[in-house]
Design a protein around this ligand. Structure first.
Ligand SMILES: Cc1cc2nc3c(=O)[nH]c(=O)nc-3n(C[C@H](O)[C@H](O)[C@H](O)COP(=O)(O)OP(=O)(O)OC[C@H]3O[C@@H](n4cnc5c(N)ncnc54)[C@H](O)[C@@H]3O)c2cc1C
Length: 428
């Protein structure tokens, strides 16, 4: 019997799951393939829906699935562990715990023939004083559970103390959270009224961002609409501000302003999850630089691919090679800053599709014994649009040139995300 082909996937988020299903389906007829899906988390979590956990309007089954869904797949080995080190020369991954069920070297080393790095990113506190100590991150399922518990313990208590909730960062996650929390407070007060309890009227939601409007990286329709709706819902938007320091009960802003804050949530950026590689292919920023084929840079290890939030790749769809600016009477060339693909689920899943398509072509070529150079597909992607939820059954959406408003957008988002999640769990 010929030796099996071992495909290791590090990280089972959006990119990892996309690649697993793609390759499992394409290599269906090849009985000699084994997959090693390495991730310490016991569940698959669809992060674009995580903010909906606060209102509870969307059932958890549409965003979280236990990994037991693979228990009947003989060739898919789910390894609940963290990859600690990867030796690209010997093609071995060391994980942080002993895996006894599989026949692994020393119980902790996984050999691979092909590798996809898809370990995603974590909350970036940017070294801001007090941020890591006093803020809730909002990236993983346990983060969402902890925050929900904290908010609801205030909402269900009989204390009439002021409660200020501050969110750092008015990107999609921060804005969605601000609206979800506001709606959760409204729903809790409705219930309290029914039960004849006093209303929680001294709770304020603040959001801090350096932009003039919320959602500053999205089209201006999203910026203006979300900012004006936040105003209507009495969400306090501290625009053109940045957090300087976080304390237990207040936040200092760079302008010198102090915001009273008993709960602070940090949604102002992410940083790639770093895994040690030998030799090192990780940039100082923690990113893995990839070629347009999604193989890691430099091309010394063609069998190693990467996709999703842990990667760095220039977005050439936005590239303007030169820009002219008038200086007095003369036109001068101005250097244009490079733009990189943003850490979003849509980019992660498309990159994983490209990576696995190219990996499949390499495996097929090798099997056929073809010794000709292969032309791999080059990643190029233009965003198809955006969805942002603005509280219970409210959202904004854009698909190509069309913008959708509240309830219609919410239903479109709900349907699309249910399909996206289903595809991530069930494949092609
Ligand atoms: C609250 C929230 C809302 C979001 N909303 C949107 C949205 O509306 N639209 C959108 O496009 N994007 C959204 N995003 C971003 C999107 O979720 C990410 O860009 C996407 O999940 C990236 O996919 P990924 O596979 O690279 O990483 P992830 O999906 O984060 O998966 C990475 C996986 O790697 C695992 N891992 C980490 N370290 C290791 C290790 N050492 N060994 C093994 N495994 C490891 C992690 O446990 C995780 O399961 C949101 C993110 C958050 C947090």
């Amino acid at each position: 019997m010929s030796k099996s082909i071992r495909i290791a996937i590090v990280g089972s988020g959006v990119a990892g799951m996309t690649a697993l299903h793609y390759l499992n389906s394409k290599l269906k007829s090849n009985k000699n393939v084994e997959f090693f899906l390495i991730d310490p988390n016991p569940n698959f979590v669809f992060t674009p829906r995580l903010t909906e956990l606060i209102t509870g309007v969307t059932k958890e089954k549409y965003m979280i699935k236990p990994k037991s869904i693979f228990k009947d797949h003989e060739r898919i080995h789910v390894i609940k562990a963290s990859a600690k080190e990867i030796n690209l020369n010997s093609k071995q991954i060391t994980v942080d715990r002993i895996i006894s069920k599989l026949n692994l070297k020393k119980g902790q080393i996984i050999d691979y023939d092909y590798l996809l790095l898809a370990q995603g990113a974590s909350t970036n506190f940017w070294g801001i004083k007090g941020a890591k100590k006093f803020c809730f991150p909002y990236k993983e399922y346990p983060d969402a559970q902890k925050l929900k518990l904290e908010i609801f313990s205030h909402l269900n208590s009989e204390s009439d103390e002021d409660l200020n909730i501050t969110i750092a960062g008015a990107g999609p996650t921060g804005v969605e959270l601000a609206f979800s929390i506001t709606d959760a407070i409204k729903a809790a007060n409705k219930q309290r009224k029914k039960e004849g309890k006093s209303l929680k009227e001294n709770i304020k939601v603040h959001i801090v961002d350096s932009g003039e409007f919320m959602l500053k990286k999205l089209p201006s329709y999203f910026q203006k609409k979300s900012t004006s709706l936040a105003n209507k819902k009495k969400i306090f938007f501290h625009s053109k501000e940045r957090v300087k320091e976080v304390h237990r009960a207040h936040v200092d802003l760079v302008s010198g302003k102090k915001v009273s804050s008993q709960i602070c949530i940090w949604t102002a950026g992410v940083t790639p999850n770093v895994i040690l590689t030998v030799p090192n292919v990780v940039e100082d920023s923690g990113h893995i630089r990839v070629q347009r084929s999604m193989q890691v840079y430099p091309l010394k290890f063609p069998e190693v691919f990467a996709a999703g939030d842990c990667t760095l790749l220039e977005d050439i769809s936005k590239k303007k090679s030169s820009k002219k600016k008038k200086n007095g009477g003369k036109m001068e060339s101005v250097r244009v800053r490079k733009t990189y693909y943003p850490p979003t689920a849509q980019v992660a899943s498309r990159q994983a599709e490209f990576a696995s398509e190219n990996m499949f072509v390499m495996i097929k070529n090798k099997k056929l014994g073809l010794n000709v150079p292969i032309k791999l597909k080059e990643f190029n992607y233009k965003s198809k649009g955006w969805f942002v939820e603005l509280g219970t059954k409210m959202a904004l959406a854009q698909a190509g040139p069309i913008f959708f408003k509240e309830p219609v957008a919410w239903h479109a988002r709900d349907k699309y995300y249910k399909y996206f999640f289903w595809k991530l769990m069930n494949g092609y």
